[in-house]
Design a protein around this ligand. Structure first.
Ligand code: SF4
Length: 157
């Protein structure tokens, strides 16, 4: 296999990295396979922002990334998302498969800031910044196989 830049960025937790707020991964076989073949790079914007795992769960409220006790993590989220986008753009990634509903990685739907599992339309910060750069984003709950075919060709069946 020739060395090549990955075409996709993926949430590191979907690739099996235990970087989530609860100290766990959320592995998805198709994403793990993309990383194995060198077609995707796992990125965790929250870890890049210096946050540990496990950490307090955070939701967006009035443009602030807050935990349930009112702790404000906005700066770490901003720093991490900007670093993560910088990495994705350096690679020339054309697409990203990100973890649904995360305050960083969620795409099209996030939690509403009340910590009551209520969902609203919106993107996590990393997702939003990627979209601003023209990167196509989906979550692991969408048609991942078709997305991979579009961005990486047909070798992943
Ligand atoms: S920030 Fe994204 S990659 Fe990191 S644990 Fe949360 S959902 Fe996964």
């Amino acid at each position: 296999m020739k060395p090549h830049f990955p075409m996709l960025a993926v949430s590191a937790c979907l690739a099996g990295v235990a970087c989530r707020y609860n100290g766990e991964a959320y592995p998805v076989a198709a994403v793990e396979e993309l990383v194995r073949t060198g077609d995707a790079l796992p990125i965790c914007p929250e870890r890049l922002g210096g946050l540990p795992s496990p950490r307090n769960p955070v939701e967006w409220r009035a443009e602030r990334a807050l935990d349930e006790q009112g702790g404000d993590w906005t700066q770490a989220f901003l720093v991490g998302a900007r670093k993560a986008v910088g990495i994705a753009m350096t690679l020339g990634a054309t697409g990203a498969i990100l973890k649904a509903r995360s305050p960083s990685c969620g795409c099209g739907c996030i939690y509403d800031g009340s910590f009551s599992h209520r969902r609203i339309a919106g993107d996590g910060l990393f997702c939003r910044l990627l979209k601003e750069q023209g990167v196509q984003v989906i979550t692991e709950e969408e048609d991942v196989a078709a997305f991979i075919r579009r961005h990486c060709g047909g070798g992943h069946e």
